[in-house]
Design a protein around this ligand. Structure first.
Ligand SMILES: [Zn+2]
Length: 305
């Protein structure tokens, strides 16, 4: 069992959903923001747990509840607990495909929580351009971990059942190439589940920065740096993604692409708590992109169900 997702393929139905929950969202999040601890149901721990409301990440004067609501049992935030449910749901569906499962985290509490549920889960981190994909390296004070990059995975064509990553895509300058690379390594009927900051009022991405032919970074918007456990300076966000990302996933070859939402105050699945809502508001969402199953390909059906 896990959180129950509503899955959306386009903006209109999602916007109706968002409008319908808006009064609950505003009331619940202003209530939670004033607490030090929230008592909620953790689907990772499978029980009622105290959740620390503030992680330290702020959005103006509001605590970010996307990075907050840290469960005292498993240590996972709102965003990571939600991904835990999404990954296990897709794992249950794809495990008979007999390929590998890759999480592009290998040193985190989320990796440890999932490794307890998924035998042979492969975890990895991005350790820099000098490292060789597929090789293990020692990270000081953290341990040994495999290096992988979203743009050059070490895996063969069609070798993974499931691929999961969290808040990486906005940091990849050629993200469309990364999506094609993800599609390449997945088996027919396989699945990718991920998060990235999602700006539901946008369609086309906002290009914040780009890499020039000489390798220099050109900033088109004020630089936006995100926290990174393996890099003190943080990492640059190149994009604000919106609904066009779902089109990009389809263009990369994915057949069934959806945005999953769970708005469930009881389980500590709430929005990021962006002040005043609007452009920066992010509901608790994951993105799921499935490839066409072998059976559907054989029968000539375009979309996997
Ligand atoms: Zn927990």
């Amino acid at each position: 069992m896990g959180a129950m997702f509503d899955w959306f393929i386009e903006e209109k139905r999602f916007n109706s959903f968002a409008a319908a929950i808006e009064p609950l969202r505003v009331a619940a999040e202003s209530y939670i923001s004033d607490l030090e601890y929230f008592y909620g149901y953790c689907w990772v721990c499978d029980g009622m747990r105290r959740m620390l409301v503030r992680s330290g990440a702020m959005l103006g004067n509001n605590p970010s509840l996307r990075e907050g609501l840290l469960c005292e049992g498993c240590g996972l935030s709102n965003r990571k607990r939600l991904m835990h449910s999404a990954i296990l749901e897709e794992y249950a569906r794809t495990k008979t495909l007999q390929g590998s499962v890759l999480l592009l985290e290998g040193l985190s509490p989320l990796y440890r929580a999932l490794a307890a549920r998924i035998p042979d889960l492969i975890g990895s981190e991005y350790l820099g351009d000098d490292c060789v994909v597929g090789k293990e390296y020692e990270v000081p004070t953290r341990g040994r971990v495999r290096h992988e990059s979203l743009t050059t995975l070490s895996f063969g064509n069609g070798s993974l059942n499931l691929l999961a990553h969290l808040d990486i895509l906005e940091h990849v300058p050629d993200y469309r190439a990364a999506l094609r690379e993800c599609f390449r390594v997945l088996k027919p009927g396989g699945s990718m589940v991920f998060t990235c900051p999602f700006f539901a009022q946008r369609h086309e991405p906002l290009i914040r920065a780009r890499v020039k032919p000489d390798g220099a970074i050109e900033h088109l918007e004020p630089p936006e740096w995100h926290g990174d456990p393996l890099n003190k300076e943080g990492i640059l966000a190149y994009y604000h993604h919106g609904w066009g990302l779902l089109d990009d996933l389809r263009a990369a070859g994915f057949a069934d692409v959806r945005l999953g939402v769970v708005y469930d105050v009881f389980s500590g699945f709430v929005s990021n708590n962006y002040p005043g809502g609007g452009y920066g508001l992010m509901l608790p969402i994951v993105i799921r992109a499935r490839t066409t199953s072998a059976k559907a390909m054989a029968s000539g059906t375009k979309h996997a169900i």
